[in-house]
Structures are given as structure tokens and as C-alpha cells.
Design a protein around this ligand. Structure first.
Ligand code: NAP
Ligand code: HSE
Length: 417
């Protein structure tokens, strides 16, 4: 094993506590021979394994059949996995960033050598997602996949919605409770979801979806006020990763999204994750559960380990390669969706008409409106639009900013049905 932090110790615990049952299911012994870490003297909740700082020694050891990479990061994890595969070892990893960015090359190395490279734990913690997409759902043409793929941001958005708290307040609380990292950038700015969506999209659409092709926005701009208006219109705001078949390609995006309260994803609260999939034959399915933490993620790691052991026994490998080539991703300008818009305007005759005309000129049709009176002859004006092209909506926003009756376009959010 490479790494003995949250996930490494979770996987170790599961293997230790359920050892006899796992041994029976696999039909062989699984022994964690050595664990590579940075600092062997660091206090840890689990002991009883042999720790070493010589990670290269692990991947080079000819007596080891399988390497479990749970150290994270690109370097040296990527080189160590490549070396392990080149030395004939099967690999199980939880490393979403590495699989999203370099997974295709690594899976090719594994496939050429008839070895397994499994990464169920990289997306959705303990929720089975990769295997169902690779196998049970593989006969479907995927129409759409939408996921709450990050526990930290879902915890923050849930607290904001349910307790009327502000983003900064909840982030500080999440950090205090240990849900959010000291540097929350990867979660809050959507990188974590972007990596996970790239992995799911590549498997689901059977072509490579590089993370850099996934449009990304985080949740910093979502305000308590937006939550209140979302509630009023019958929606909840979630950070969604969405990949959807459009023409000959897909739209692939991560952004705060308003989703109707009766959609199954709207009820996914706190640190829970969920992925909703629409396939042409299966219809709609949803997977949900604990998307982070040592025990759930360790469970996914051990599930992969068991799979590899069974493959070793029957002499096969279970890799599924994305077909060669990249998915065609449409530009965000071409996206057609509904929008929510909140702005501060002058509260006077003809103002609404002026704003509606600007949108009309951009082919944006308004579907619903709310207005609240503010001091100093100002109003807080909120619209929902009918579906329109993003380029046209943004042209409308630009024109609105130039109107003397508009003080501020405060926020806008894409809306899913
Ligand atoms: P973590 O708690 O920070 O543990 C990382 C472990 O790797 C530590 O034991 C650390 O050693 C070791 N390590 C890191 N860099 C090393 C290096 N250069 N040389 C030697 N050892 C090194 O991380 P984690 O939360 O378990 O995450 C591990 C992986 O799982 C990441 O890829 C992460 O994205 C993924 N993942 C995590 C979760 C989750 O809930 N935490 C969920 C899904 C996927 P020391 O202990 O000596 O510092
Ligand atoms: N930081 C991630 C989250 C951990 O909050 O969901 C699991 O990948």
C-alpha cells in the first residue's frame, strides 16, 4: 500500500475487521506486506502494519502481486503506479486527479500487460459508480449524467439552504469540523467535481473526456439570498457535474445549478453524494451514499482489491478501455438551458419594460419574476427564463449592465428541469 492516511487506514481497517469473510469470498489470503508513507513516526489511529518511506522498494518488490495507491497527487503517485504496472503488479487507486488527467495512459499500460487498474474509490467514495457504468449499464446509450460529486460543497450548500447561513460562515464551520480542507480550493472551486465528472464521462460515453474540457465554476458566488429565491421558485441549489449527449458530442460542465425540489438529487443533503443517470433503455437510475471519509472510501478500495484477487485466480483482467479519441465537447456558448437572474434596479415606471425589451432582443423569453422593494427607490428583481442559448443570455446580461436603470446584476445561475 502507498499511503496510510484517511483512505489507507480505512481500507486497512476493513480488511482487518472483515478478514475471514473477505478471505472466503476471494478464496485466498490477502496480506498487506508493507505501507509507504512520508513519516513513519507520525501518530496514526491504526497500527500493526510495517511502515516504510521506501515507496519505490514496494513497487519493485517481485513478491508483491498488487499495489494499492492511496497517497494522492500526481507526482510521485503516477510514476509509482506506472512502475508497479511495468513490474507486473495489479493496481488499485483512489486518486481522482491522477486518473482524470493520466488515466488513459495508465490503463493502456495495464491492458497491454493483462493487468488490472481499478479506481472505484476515485469517484463518490463508497458509492458503486465505475463498475455499474462499465458493466451493468454499458448496453445503454447514455443520455445524461448529473452528480453531486463533492461532499464538502454539498455540506456547505445544505447548511446555507437549511439554516440561512452565509457561504463564509459555513465554510469556516466545515473547516472547524474537519469536513473542508484548510485550503478548500479544490472542493469549493469545483476542481474535485471536475476530475470526478471527467472520469464518469469518459466511462459513460466511452471516449476520453479530459478534465480541462469540462467547464468549471465553484460555489463562492452563491448567496443566502439566492437560496431564498430558489426556495420560493421551487428549486434547490446544488453544485452539479453534468455530462449530457448533445448532437454528436456532449456538454460537460460543473457549476451551481438550480434543480426542482422534486428531483431526486434535490434531497441529497450534507456530505452525501449522488449520481443520477438517464440511459436510453434503463431509464432513470440514481446511486447515492457517503462520498468521502475513510470507511466508505476504504470499502470501495477493498471492493476493487477483491475484484483483482478474483481476476488473479481466474487469470484475467477487468479493464475497460475508453475507445480511442476524445469526446467532442460543445462550447458553453452553445448550451441551451434555463437561467435564474438576480439584479438591483431603479424602482420606477417603464423599468420592467426596458429590461424585458433587452431580453426580447436577445431571444430570451422570461418565464417568472419576483420583485422586492428596497430603500432609496431601488428594487431587487429576480427572473427565471425559458430555455435559451447561453450566448444570447450573456449578450442580454451585457446589455443590461449598460442600462441606466440597472444598478447591479448580482448573480445568475443555470437551471435544470
Ligand atoms: P491523506 O489522509 O492525506 O493521506 C495520504 C497518505 O499518503 C499519508 O499517509 C502520507 O504519508 C502518504 N503520502 C503522501 N505523499 C507521499 C509521498 N510523497 N511519499 C510518501 N508518502 C506520501 O489522504 P487521503 O484523504 O487518504 O486521500 C488519499 C487519496 O484518496 C487521494 O488521492 C484522494 O483524492 C483520494 N480520496 C480521498 C477521499 C477522502 O475522503 N479522504 C475520498 C475519495 C478519494 P504520511 O502519513 O506520512 O504523511
Ligand atoms: N474532498 C472530497 C469531498 C473528498 O469533499 O467530497 C472525496 O473525494
Amino acid at each position: 500500500m502507498l499511503g496510510f492516511g484517511t483512505v489507507g487506514q480505512g481500507a486497512y481497517r476493513m480488511l482487518r475487521d472483515n478478514y475471514e469473510a473477505i478471505k472466503k469470498k476471494v478464496g485466498a489470503d490477502i496480506e498487506i506486506v508493507r505501507v509507504g508513507v512520508r513519516d513513519v513516526d507520525k501518530p496514526r489511529s491504526e497500527s500493526g502494519v510495517k511502515l516504510t518511506t521506501d515507496l519505490r522498494g514496494i513497487v519493485d518488490d517481485p513478491t508483491i502481486d498488487m499495489v494499492i495507491e492511496v497517497m494522492g497527487g500526481l507526482d510521485p503517485a503516477g510514476a509509482l503506479i506506472a512502475k508497479a504496472l511495468e513490474s507486473g503488479k495489479h493496481v488499485v487507486t483512489a486518486n481522482k486527479e491522477l486518473i482524470a488527467k493520466e488515466g488513459v495512459d495508465l490503463v493502456h499500460i495495464a491492458a497491454q500487460r493483462g493487468l488490472d487498474l481499478h479506481y472505484e474509490a476515485a469517484v463518490g467514495g463508497g458509492i458503486p459508480l465505475i463498475q455499474p457504468l462499465k458493466h451493468q449499464l454499458a448496453g445503454n446509450d447514455l443520455i445524461k449524467l448529473m452528480g453531486i460529486l463533492n461532499g464538502t460543497t454539498n455540506y456547505i450548500l445544505t447548511k446555507m439552504a437549511e439554516e440561512g447561513a452565509d457561504f463564509d460562515e459555513v465554510l469556516a464551520l466545515a473547516q472547524e469540523k474537519g469536513y473542508a480542507e484548510a485550503d478548500p480550493t479544490s472542493d469549493v472551486d469545483g476542481f474535485d467535481t471536475q476530475y470526478k465528472l471527467a472520469i464518469l464521462g469518459s466511462i459513460g460515453f466511452q471516449k476520453t473526456l479530459p478534465p480541462g474540457r469540462v467547464y468549471r465554476e465553484g460555489i463562492r458566488s452563491v448567496a443566502k439570498r439566492d437560496m431564498e429565491f430558489a426556495e420560493l421558485f421551487g428549486y434547490r441549489i446544488k453544485l452539479l457535474g453534468i455530462v449530457e449527449a448533445v448532437g454528436h458530442g456532449v456538454s460537460a460542465r460543473v457549476h451551481p445549478t438550480m434543480i426542482p425540489k422534486d428531483h431526486p438529487l434535490a434531497d441529497v443533503r450534507g456530505v452525501y453524494n449522488a449520481v443520477w443517470i438517464r440511459g436510453d433503455f434503463v431509464g432513470d437510475v440514481m446511486f447515492s451514499g457517503r462520498g468521502a471519509g475513510g470507511d466508505p472510501t476504504g470499502s470501495a478500495v477493498i471492493g476493487d482489491v477483491i475484484d483483482v484477487c478474483r481476476n488473479i485466480r481466474i487469470g484475467g483482467a477487468g479493464n475497460v478501455l475508453p475507445q480511442d479519441g476524445e469526446i467532442d465537447v460543445i462550447a458553453m456558448d452553445e448550451l441551451v438551458t434555463k437561467y435564474y437572474l438576480r439584479m438591483i434596479v431603479l424602482d420606477a415606471p417603464k423599468v420592467l419594460g426596458c429590461i424585458a425589451t433587452v431580453f426580447g432582443n436577445c431571444n430570451v423569453s422570461l418565464a417568472a419574476m419576483e420583485m422586492r422593494t428596497l430603500p432609496r427607490q431601488r428594487g431587487e428583481l429576480v427572473f427565471l427564463t425559458h430555455p435559451c442559448q447561453e450566448a444570447e443570455f450573456l449578450r442580454g446580461i451585457k446589455a443590461l449592465k449598460n442600462l441606466h436603470v440597472v444598478d447591479q446584476v448580482v448573480n445568475w445561475i443555470r437551471v435544470e428541469e
